[in-house]
Ligand binder design. Structure first.
Ligand code: CA
Length: 221
């Protein structure tokens, strides 16, 4: 699940990025309103966590612009402003939830789970495609009923392919899906991961689409 964090406080942001990654989200972070609007316009996020007090645009303006652009990504406002009128205004402008700082991390995570359930409705804990089973909570994989040891980036790459079994991804798109997992984006990274995955699963499990990239291959569906 891809999450955008919009937060200008560097300490809070870095703590949240770490905590959200530990909770298995792929996180991108921006620290100002203009970048947030652009990121939400140009990318598919599963949800956004939005601070209101930002250096350039107020978070409520970000919300307005995103909704005016027709984006219905779930947005949770995370703000120190706890006056009733601020909450009501945020929700009126199209926020899905509002959490007041300071907050408990567990509460934020719980609310994000609710948001995603309400919106996507797609069960995220387990992906089954033929012989391949991915447990997204524990990052465990199995192939033909046997556990397979995967590096985290291998797991994330395979998850991306398995979530969209008919879609062909180019390398840039796959690199983007790993963005946030702390890997330097070397041009051959994806190919190396694919090579390892084929050895660990089966050569045909990931299909090369010549001149384009990769998609999930023959997994015995
Ligand atoms: Ca702030």
């Amino acid at each position: 699940m891809r999450l955008l964090l919009v937060e200008d406080d560097p300490l809070l942001a870095s703590g949240l990025v770490m905590a959200l990654r530990r909770a298995h989200y792929t996180v991108e972070h921006v620290d100002n309103g203009a970048s947030a609007v652009a990121a939400l316009r140009d990318n598919d996020f599963d949800a956004a966590v939005l601070d209101l007090g930002l250096p350039d645009l107020d978070g409520t303006r970000v919300l307005e612009q995103v909704r005016a652009g027709g984006r219905d990504v779930p947005i949770l406002i995370l703000s120190a402003r706890d006056a009733m009128r601020d909450r009501v205004r945020g929700l009126d402008l199209g926020a899905d939830d509002y959490l007041v700082k300071p907050f408990e991390l567990d509460e934020l995570l719980a609310r994000l789970r609710v948001l995603m359930r309400r919106h996507g409705g797609r069960p995220v804990n387990r992906i089954e495609r033929g012989d391949l089973v991915l447990d997204v909570e524990s990052l465990r994989a199995s192939w033909q009923g046997k556990p397979v040891e995967l590096q985290r980036l291998e797991f994330m790459l395979l998850k991306q392919l398995a979530e969209h079994p008919l879609r062909v991804f180019n390398r840039a798109q796959l690199e983007e899906s790993l963005y946030g997992w702390g890997e330097g984006a070397e041009s051959n990274t994806i190919d190396v991961h694919v090579h390892h995955l084929r050895k660990k699963l089966a050569p045909a499990a990931i299909k090369t689409v010549r001149g384009v990239g990769y998609r999930l291959g023959d997994v015995g569906v």
